[in-house]
Design a protein around this ligand. Structure first.
Ligand SMILES: NC(=O)c1ccc[n+]([C@@H]2O[C@H](COP(=O)([O-])OP(=O)(O)OC[C@H]3O[C@@H](n4cnc5c(N)ncnc54)[C@H](O)[C@@H]3O)[C@@H](O)[C@H]2O)c1
Ligand SMILES: [Zn+2]
Length: 377
């Protein structure tokens, strides 16, 4: 059953459509189009005969240096101001497409077809693009909303367990940030076992409806929307320190675990909050499906984690901006002094998170705990 709704943005409303099989129908359009596609789809039957520019969906592709090649390719493919840029791929293709659509000939129309679960449940709405410069991830970007977002849940069929878990870490985060009821609705969908397109379509619709509230009330990321960065300052550090051996959604899952450790190190207790226990266990269950994670985490240099943490663009010169779970269980943004004491608490939070994943038995214990909690919902 197709689901559709509208997002309002400063550049006008845009439609979001969730419809199995939508990709094939979309390729029939007659307007002037150039497709920027994840090269994973280069041989896809639906794209035969279309004007496509394949991109490798790896982190270096979304660097400012690489934008020159994309802009030149768009020009070589005779894109004009009347062209619609069609973007087919996950977050990397989205960031590259949104950024180039914003600047190419001072801005052209673009339509986004997300292909990873992470991009379907989270990044496809909100209009943000983030591009890496040198060693700094997501340091430049634009707000340039797509004209339409078309989600074909059938595209999840080729995703790995790890990619599904990564998407669910972000969906769980959005639902927890939205409200206790929303997170309960999310768990009721039994997302960890919802691997078919129809079940996942429900998770996608719930997560995007929850995110819609944040981006409509705070399009430019100044207030309410900032809490959606939960786990991201820690997560970006984990991505960078692992040389991108840990993917974005999984790093955010681990980052949220580190942020919960930080809350406890700062004297907060989540003991009497079943919702936070459930959240913790659910994230552990998702992350524990990633093969080889323990070995990757064991290679991480704690100093590298702190270096990236310190360089996050959301901090000020005198304060760290950290998204934390408050004493009442709500997710909030806290500004904390940048001093030696805070640094040691943050380093400890990272260490405790790494320690959680250092022993195979512990992962198993966390996942079993999760199964127990799931049954209790
Ligand atoms: N702009 C935003 O709002 C925003 C939000 C979150 C994340 N991001 C960025 O997105 C990136 C991560 O994106 P991602 O996790 O969506 O994936 P991705 O674009 O990094 O792709 C990951 C891998 O999945 C493959 N892939 C894509 N679709 C597939 C499919 N249907 N079947 C099989 N394989 C497929 C790709 O080829 C690639 O190998 C990061 O750079 C992150 O910073 C941006
Ligand atoms: Zn994210």
């Amino acid at each position: 059953m197709p689901v559709s709704f509208e997002i309002s943005s400063s550049t006008g409303p845009y439609a979001v459509r969730i419809e199995p099989g939508a990709l094939t129908a979309l390729t029939q359009g007659s307007e002037e189009r150039v497709w920027l596609i994840d090269d994973f789809f280069a041989g896809h039957a639906a794209l035969k005969g279309l004007d496509t520019i394949p991109l490798s969906a790896v982190e270096p592709t979304k660097s400012l240096d690489q934008m020159t090649d994309v802009i030149v390719a768009l020009r070589d493919h005779r894109a004009t101001r009347a062209t619609t840029l069609m973007a087919l791929g996950g977050g990397v293709v989205q960031d590259v497409s949104a950024f180039s659509a914003a600047i190419y000939m001072r801005g052209i129309r673009w339509i986004y077809v997300p292909t990873t679960l992470l991009s379907m449940v989270d990044s496809c709405i909100g209009g943000k693009s983030s591009i890496n410069v040198g060693k700094y991830k997501n340091i430049v970007g634009t707000f340039h909303s797509p004209a339409e977002v078309v989600i074909d849940p059938e595209l999840i069929a080729t995703l790995s367990t790890e990619q599904l878990a990564a998407g669910l870490c972000e969906a769980a985060k959005i639902c927890l940030c939205r409200s206790a009821d929303c997170f309960a609705d999310y768990l009721a969908l039994d997302p960890a076992n919802a691997t078919d397109a129809a079940s996942m379509a429900k998770v996608i619709a719930l997560s995007l409806t929850a995110k819609k509230w944040f981006i409509e009330i705070d399009e430019f990321d100044r207030n309410e929307r900032l809490v959606l960065n939960f786990g991201h300052t820690f997560g970006h550090a984990i991505e960078a320190a692992s040389n991108f051996g840990v993917n974005h959604g999984i790093a955010v899952g681990l980052g949220m675990q580190a942020a919960l450790h930080l809350g406890e190190a700062m004297g907060l207790s989540y003991q009497s909050m079943p919702r936070i226990d459930l959240f913790r266990c659910h994230i552990s269950e998702l992350v524990s499906t990633v093969d080889g994670l323990r070995e990757v985490l064991a290679q991480i240099d704690p100093a590298a984690l702190m270096d990236t943490f310190r360089s996050d663009k959301k901090h000020t010169r005198s304060q760290f901006a950290v998204i934390m779970v408050a004493a009442n269980g709500s997710v909030e943004r806290r500004m904390i002094p940048r001093d030696a004491e805070t640094e040691s608490l943050i380093a400890r939070a990272f260490a405790l998170m790494l320690d959680d994943w250092a022993l195979p038995g512990r992962q198993k214990g966390l996942a079993e705990n999760s199964a127990h909690y799931q049954r209790a919902v």
